[in-house]
Structure formats: structure tokens, C-alpha cells
Design a protein around this ligand. Structure first.
Ligand code: G6P
Length: 609
């Protein structure tokens, strides 16, 4: 999704802004641009496509200047094009924007009646014009931005410069993240700490509604009503190294292979052989959890699939009712909230607009409390939750989420065990499940060793247009996640069904051109699944079965391929079986030559509705 970098420094900032945009490339975008203010003039360069295409234009005719703003755009209003790319310039104002302004159409008509002519189709250009109108009234840039944002409905993070105020950048946020980077004799704005990692690790996160004014020497923050405000400074732990690709061909592959480490980090100091440790959910967490009578889990995309697995786990082991819903539906629905219900938001980024809005909406609906399961400690979701459990996956750069998912499952497994123990699970069972979870990093490590076999298997998919994934119980969400990975990065149409539903519709699709991928862990549903596989085989379908080493599945019965995996026990098997499906999607995408880390049309962190 869109990214912002801005700087006020003594040195020339264009190269810093370009480096910052490159660090944000992982978020997904379709055009890029930057503008630098120097001697009362603004130099601007914009291009459709990658940052390096915009950079080439800049390098062909570089310009100096210590004040600048830059942007990667993910199209919402208007197609990806140079004209729609940010920064937008109106009068003396140049502006970049993340988010969506909902009342832009009426504002645009009003401005047109005042004589403004718009070059682009974007909502952003309207904001630039509004700031210009306010400057005409004699306001300073900061006052003009404050007056402008008060007129806006919707979400924004912006960075603005004015030809008349050299050395100054004004930023503002509501509903989309923005932070200040504090350097030595220089200040920055960024939509994400990752954008600034090469220039500073001193970060000030802005609050909702804040307006910030940065110059080389100073950074001032104001609330929406114009009052000065103080916000704490944090030392970011991100390092430029953490986002190096190293020996791997893509970030996604690196992140798949980081899973044993990431899961071990998520479990560290939270569980040991005797069980889950106290107070892992933050202050008052253990006490609040004793009062829980049910749970509502809200998330999007891959995080939603993690929530679906947790429903099976928590209902089986803690005997508490769990509802799981995608955030974009939940927020607009009058959900019934029984007394004693805990609201759980799962989000890798902690900035997904729908998840954040659902969490804010939940405040009105009378929950017992909120718990965030998230990978970014300073994110909005974490800051607004009562309780939190961080996933410690480290930065995830590939748009297709991998280590975020397995670390979310690890965190949810901890929650399951904690709730189960509080509700009287018998000791032997509890010890067994804890041992399985403690072994998860090694089980994932073993699953990764299947990569050579999966590379061979991937060949079968290169020329396919469709694929069907099947799983039962907690492995239905695993099948959904496998199909999501495949469609996201290889652009093969894929669907996932609970295997028992096959005969109620999707069986009609099965023929020799439709590969059917089945997840077959060991467990009570294995025999049922075997019958479903026979239904596929009888229709000539090609079956690819990921089977537990402990499951008795006859390799000859598949008319396709069978890969054997040690699932590490029934409890943690969903996390283990996810790994070969990630590898399969990855290698199919590599063979098809797609842009694996930045698949078309998708964004890493969807900060618009
Ligand atoms: C986007 C990403 C997905 C991710 C989803 C939710 O759609 O492309 O990979 O699962 O957002 O993101 P979150 O950061 O809230 O987990």
C-alpha cells in the first residue's frame, strides 16, 4: 500500500528519499514520485512502475535540496499513471497522501467553482488545493494543513511542503500511520519505521489526529485542535540487515525458512516444559482471561485463517465458544455480543484499516476487553488494545504472508493452552499439548526439508489454470491458506473446501485438468478424508496428498503424488502442514516467473478500506 518518506536536512535529500521508498517497496505499489524544495523552486519527478524507474529519471537530471517529500502509490482513485502519481502540486503546495478522502468529490466541485483545474483523478490533489486555499487566507503552512484536515472525511497520512516556507515539512495523520524520525541535525517523516531505518532508529509515533511540523533543527507536534502535544520517542529495533535477502532468491523464500527461528522466538520465555508462564498477555491479562465466556476473533487475509484455526483449538481444548469473522464484514454488521466475550484482533502489521476500524467499533459493543495478536509493537492495533501478545516474527517483507501466519498460530496456541488450563484441562493432556508446541520449531524445520520434492511437484502446476485444496477440521483453514498463497503469487485460480463439502458442488469441477491438493494429517477425520479422496479419484482427478507419516494412506491410491510429513502431533499439525503449501505456492510462482515478493494488485499493509 502507499508509502511516505519526507526529510528536512542540510544534505541533499533526494537519494535518502529514494532509499526510503525502496525500503517500503515490500508494501506493494504501482507508481512512485518525489519532490524537493530548493531556493523557492520545487523539482518533481514521477513515474509509473517501480521506484528504480523514477530513480532513473532523477539520476538523468539530479537536483539538489534539503527539504523533500516522496511517495509510492497503490491506486485507489484513478489508474496507475504518471499524472496520478504523487506528489501533487497545486499553487505553492506540494503534497503526498496515503489513505482515502471520502468527501473529495464534493470538495472537488467546490474548488472547481473557485477556478481550480485538476490535472489528476485523485482525491489527493483536492487536499493540495484546499491547503493552497487556506494559505491564500494568510495562514502558515501548519495552520493551513490543520484547517484542511478538519474538513476531511476519511483516512489520511500526509506530508506537505510549500514554496513559501523553505526548510519545513508538515505532516498529519488520521486512520493511516505516520511517524517522525529524529536524526542528528535532521528530521524525517515516514509511514513506517522501515522507511527510515537507514537514517535513524529514533522514532516518534504520531497519535490519531496529530499534525507534525519538522525542520532540520526541530520537530513539533500538535493535536487536531491546534494545541502543542508531546509524544514519546522510541528506539526502533529494526536494522537494515534484518531486511537483507541474503542467500535467498526472494524475501518470501527467506521468510519461509525463517519460521523455525521466528516460532521459537514467539514461544521463548512464554512456555516451558511445565506449561504456559503467567502474565504473557500484559498487565491484568491472566485475571481478565479467567472471566472470559466466549471469544470473537476479527482479522483479514492470512490473519483471518489463523483465527479460523484458533476456533477449532479453543472450542476443543478450552470449551469456550469462538466466532471468527473478516473485519470488513464485522464492522458493518450488528453482531450480538454475549456477556463476557473477549474481542481478539489478529494482524501482522497492526495497521490494516478494516481490522483497526472493527476494533474501534468493538469498543461500542460491550466486550469484556480486547486482545491484540500482532507483529508490530508500536502499531495502532497494539496501542489501542487492552491486552497484547506479540508474534516476534521480525519484519515480513514478502506481500504473501508466511512467517506471520505460523507465529500467529504459535501465539494462538499459547492462548488456547492458557485458557484450557484455567478451565481445568487434565494434566496429562495439557503436558502433551505443551510438549507438541515446544517441539514446533523442529517440526517446521523438518517440513522445510521437503523443499526438493516440492520443487519437483511444482512442475505439475506451471501450466494449470485452476487448483482445488481440501482439508478437514483445523486443516480446512490450512487448505484455505494454501490456496490463498497459490492465487496471490502464481495467479492460478485456487479454491479451498472442507473436504466433506466436495460432493455438494465442487466435485462438478473435478476432471483430469484439475489438480486437487489434500491435507491429510493423522487424526479422527482421516478415514472421512480418505473417502473424499476416493470421490476425486473416481472422477479422474489428479490428487496431490500431503499426508502425515503416521497416517495410513496408500501411495498408489492417489493417481498423483503423495508427500509424507511428520505433523508433530494433532494439536500443532496445522502449523506444520502449512509449510509445504507455502513452498508449493512459492516454487510454482518462481517457475511461472511472477513478481513473487510484490504480486500484482496486492499490498502488504492495506491501510485503506
Ligand atoms: C493484506 C496482505 C495479506 C494480509 C492481510 C492482513 O491483504 O496482502 O498478506 O494477510 O493484508 O494483514 P494484517 O497486517 O492485518 O495481518
Amino acid at each position: 500500500m502507499c508509502g511516505i518518506v519526507a526529510a528536512a536536512a542540510q544534505r541533499d535529500v533526494a537519494p535518502l528519499l529514494i532509499a526510503g521508498l525502496k525500503a517500503l517497496e515490500y508494501r506493494g505499489y504501482d507508481s512512485a514520485g518525489l519532490a524537493v524544495l530548493e531556493g523557492g523552486q520545487v523539482h518533481r519527478v514521477r513515474a509509473k512502475g517501480k521506484v528504480r524507474e523514477m530513480e532513473a529519471l532523477y539520476l538523468a537530471e539530479p537536483f539538489p535540496g534539503g527539504t523533500g517529500i516522496a511517495h509510492t502509490r497503490w491506486a485507489t482513485h484513478g489508474v496507475p499513471s504518471e499524472v496520478n502519481a504523487h506528489p501533487h502540486m497545486v499553487g505553492r503546495v506540494t503534497l503526498v497522501h496515503n489513505g482515502i478522502i471520502e468527501n473529495y468529490a464534493s470538495l472537488r466541485v467546490e474548488l472547481q467553482s473557485k477556478g481550480y483545474v485538476f490535472a489528476s483523478e485523485t482525491d489527493t490533489e483536492v487536499m493540495a488545493a484546499l491547503v493552497d486555499v487556506n494559505l491564500d487566507k494568510g495562514m502558515s503552512l501548519r495552520e493551513a494543513v490543520l484547517a484542511t484536515v478538519r474538513e476531511l472525511d476519511g483516512a489520511y497520512a500526509i506530508a506537505v511542503i510549500s514554496r513559501d516556507e523553505p526548510g519545513r515539512v508538515v505532516g498529519a495523520r488520521r486512520g493511516a500511520p505516520l511517524l517522525i524520525g529524529v536524526g542528528i541535525g535532521e528530521h524525517f517523516l515516514g509511514s513506517d519505521a522501515q522507511a527510515l531505518v537507514q537514517v535513524t532508529n529514533k522514532i516518534i509515533y504520531l497519535d490519531e489526529g496529530d499534525v507534525a511540523e519538522i525542520t532540520r533543527e526541530s520537530a513539533h507536534i500538535y493535536t487536531l485542535d491546534g494545541k502543542p502535544a508531546e509524544r514519546a520517542m522510541h528506539e526502533s529495533e529494526l536494522s537494515a540487515d534484518a531486511v537483507e535477502r541474503g542467500e535467498y532468491r526472494h524475501y518470501m523464500q527467506k521468510e519461509i525458512f525463517e519460521q523455525p527461528r521466528a516460532v521459537a522466538d514467539t514461544l521463548e520465555a512464554r512456555i516451558h516444559a511445565n506449561g504456559v508462564l503467567p502474565n504473557i498477555f500484559g498487565v491484568g491479562g491472566d485475571e481478565l482471561l479467567t472471566k472470559v465466556k466466549g471469544l470473537h476473533i476479527i482479522a483479514c487475509g492470512t490473519s483471518y485463517h489463523a483465527g479460523m484455526v484458533a476456533k477449532y483449538w479453543i472450542e476443543e481444548h478450552a470449551r469456550l465458544p469462538v466466532n471468527v469473522e473478516v473485519a470488513s464484514e464485522y464492522r458493518y454488521r450488528e453482531a450480538v455480543v454475549p456477556e463476557g466475550t473477549l474481542f481478539i484482533a489478529i494482524s501482522q502489521s497492526g495497521e490494516t484499516a478494516d481490522t483497526l476500524a472493527a476494533m474501534r467499533e468493538s469498543r461500542r459493543r460491550g466486550y469484556l476487553g480486547t486482545l491484540a495478536i500482532c507483529n508490530v509493537p508500536e502499531s495502532s492495533v497494539v496501542r489501542e488494545a487492552d491486552l497484547k501478545l506479540m508474534t516476534r516474527a521480525g519484519p515480513e517483507i514478502g506481500v504473501a504472508s508466511t512467517k506471520a501466519f505460523t507465529t500467529q498460530l504459535s501465539a494462538l496456541a499459547l492462548l488456547t493452552l492458557h485458557l484450557a488450563k484455567q478451565r481445568g484441562m487434565d494434566d496429562a493432556r495439557y503436558q502433551d499439548l505443551c510438549a507438541q508446541l515446544l517441539h514446533l520449531p523442529r517440526s517446521i524445520d523438518d517440513a522445510l526439508k521437503l523443499e526438493p520434492q516440492i520443487i519437483e511437484l511444482a512442475e505439475r502446476f506451471v501450466h494449470r489454470n485452476h487448483a482445488l485444496f481440501l482439508g478437514r477440521g483445523a486443516h480446512h483453514p490450512v487448505a484455505l491458506e494454501g490456496s490463498l498463497k497459490l492465487k496471490e503469487i502464481s495467479y492460478i485460480h485456487a479454491e479451498a473446501y472442507p473436504a466433506g463439502e466436495l460432493k455438494h458442488g465442487p466435485l462438478a469441477l473435478v476432471d483430469e485438468d484439475m489438480p486437487v491438493i489434500a491435507v491429510a494429517p493423522n487424526g479422527p477425520l482421516l478415514d472421512k478424508l480418505k473417502s473424499n479422496l476416493q470421490e476425486v479419484r473416481a472422477r479422474g482427478g489428479e490428487l496431490i496428498v500431503f499426508a502425515d507419516t503416521a497416517a495410513h494412506i496408500d501411495g498408489n491410491a492417489t493417481r498423483g503424488a503423495i508427500l509424507r510429513i511428520d505433523g508433530g502431533g494433532e494439536f500443532i499439525a496445522p502449523a506444520v502442514f502449512t509449510v509445504p503449501l507455502q513452498l508449493l505456492a512459492y516454487h510454482v510462482a518462481v517457475l511461472r516467473g511472477t513478481d513473487v515478493d510484490q504480486p500484482r494488485n496486492l499490498a502488504k499493509s492495506v491501510t485503506v478500506e
